[in-house]
Design a protein around this ligand. Structure first.
Ligand code: SF4
Length: 144
């Protein structure tokens, strides 16, 4: 496991998942809704939103699934269900530290986890370095 994500290169996109924090959404205008499976975005959402951009990119690269999680417990349930070999996780420093520790304690093979901390955290209307996030998602994937 490495937070730098270099070993993510060895994991094909179809074996990877993306974890995003729901605090990245624009809270004043976001039409999405929480659910037991994570935050759900209407397909016709047109908000300028890092979540949509990163989710679309991951799925177009062939990632097996994306979860927009309100916290570590749901993210962990998602990982147990998906059993990915690689995880790209974006969250605040605290959630990432707790999440990586929890993943190491999962039964079975431990996935490769590449993390990117939020550039501005605070639980609401947080921010991520979009270029860095896109680079991490694409790592080891041939982009046409
Ligand atoms: S794409 Fe962003 S703004 Fe739209 S529903 Fe999803 S989280 Fe909310």
């Amino acid at each position: 496991m490495s937070s730098e994500g270099e070993r993510l290169r060895e994991v094909p996109p179809a074996e990877r998942v993306l974890l995003l924090p729901h605090c990245l959404r624009p809270s004043a205008t976001c039409p999405g809704r929480p659910s037991k499976e994570g935050f759900q975005c209407p397909e016709d959402c047109q908000e300028p939103c890092a979540i949509r951009r990163l989710k679309e990119e991951a799925l177009s690269l062939g990632y097996k699934a994306v979860c927009i999680a309100p916290g570590g417990a749901l993210a962990l349930r998602f990982l147990k269900a998906q059993e990915p070999k690689g995880v790209v996780a974006i969250a605040c420093h605290k959630e990432l530290a707790e999440g990586v520790e929890a993943v190491e304690e999962l039964e079975g093979p431990v996935p490769e986890v590449a993390t990117l901390p939020l550039s501005e955290d605070g639980c609401v209307d947080t921010k991520v370095d979009l270029d860095a996030a896109l680079e991490l998602l694409r790592r080891g994937v041939e982009v046409r």
